[in-house]
Design a protein around this ligand. Sequence first.
Ligand code: TRP
Length: 461
Amino acid sequence: MAMGASTVASDAEVRWSSRLAFVLAATGSAVGLGNIWKFPYVTGAYGGSAFVLVYLLCVAGIGLPLLISEVMLGRLGRGSPVHSIGAVARAAGRSGAWSAVGKLGVVAVLMILTFYSVVGGWTLAYIYFAADARFQAAAGASEGTAAAIGALFSGLLADPWALLLWHSLFMLLTVVIVARGVHGGLERATKVLMPGLFLLLLGLVVYAAVTTDRFAETVSYLFKPEWGNLSATAVLVAMGQAFFSLSLGMAIMLAYGSYLPERFNIGRMALTVAGLDTLVALLAGLAIFPLVFAHGLEPGAGPGLVFISLPIAFADMPAGVLVGGLFFLFVFIAAMTSSISMLEPAVEYLVAERGWRRHRAAWLVAGLVWLVGLGPLLSLNLWSEFKVAGKNLFDLLDFVTANLMLPLGGFLIAVFVGWRLSQPMLREALGMSEAAFRAWHLAIRFVTPVGVAAILAYGLT
Ligand code: TRP
């Protein structure tokens, strides 16, 4: 729709080259450590199926309507997240102060990136461990494979210098790509990555099922409702996980939407992105939990779950060096396509609105994130005694961003889109079928904001 020349950002000519490219890049942002590292570990920590079902409900009732809204706002506003929201608000006769929501999003996402990069560093370390046949070496250890592989992980966390090396390398690779601009590395990386990661995960699911005989147990652990397990905190974390996994921080999907040509159907694309993201998370769960059960690991063991369970399988499968190396390489690339999308909004903001040069903006923001990342990094070892509300800095950052800041941003965007923008404007902006539009509009007005507010209130009391 025509928004007037003043709302069109200077880089409006930059557009996704194809529908596929957008879906791949948006999926590249969504699919990352959230699916493969975080989903299995929070699922285990919060008791399995009931958590998973609340998560799925949140993806459908809160995530999907918000994903559509964010991409739509990006396409309407055609600029950085901060710019887009302000521009759309003013065009609709609303206060430009709504752009503060975009600022909240940009900050929340940078805070996530500080610890995300630390975990991204773990994936780099594990590519090295795999190639160095460390998992195979553990298989011969006197204390047993599982214990030796557990020690490999705890040894990594206990070593601040090793973590620093990998964290720095991860940030460095992210910034190099972002500094080159959005089209360069990003589209190409996702095209190769997505099918590769998907196939490898599928193979691991089959391998775990066949070799452990625990597939049925895993399916019931993940999907058979046991509502008794569900705490208020679990509901909050499940919602936070939906936000985290779908990259709904009020910034990323907006930034990507700003590159989207007019003719693409946002509803269908959002459905594809959310579907693929959920599928990857569930596949990761189905690959990991049979191994967890078969090797007597603790499902609630925490952030190390993926880094301990799968290497046990790599240790004794044929060609484990290759498969393990490839797996962590794919996870690393998935993490990179996500971390790129976390750095991008802040950089886009500085470039488009403050007139910074792209290189300077990228290096400065990345440097800051790297520096702040030393906090969560050191909280895993030297500073592990320092706790707030029982959480170290790493867990605290994760909790506050994913479970509080992202939902707060989501709530505000739902109110803005659902209650401050007119139906005719939205209908034209989305161009969906009437039935789909009605369902979406009902969700974004009622289901999403009420759901988020209720879960926040319930989870925090
Ligand atoms: N969704 C990504 C993952 O699952 C992480 C991520 C990328 C993200 N961009 C985000 C999370 C923005 C929140 C907000 O790994």
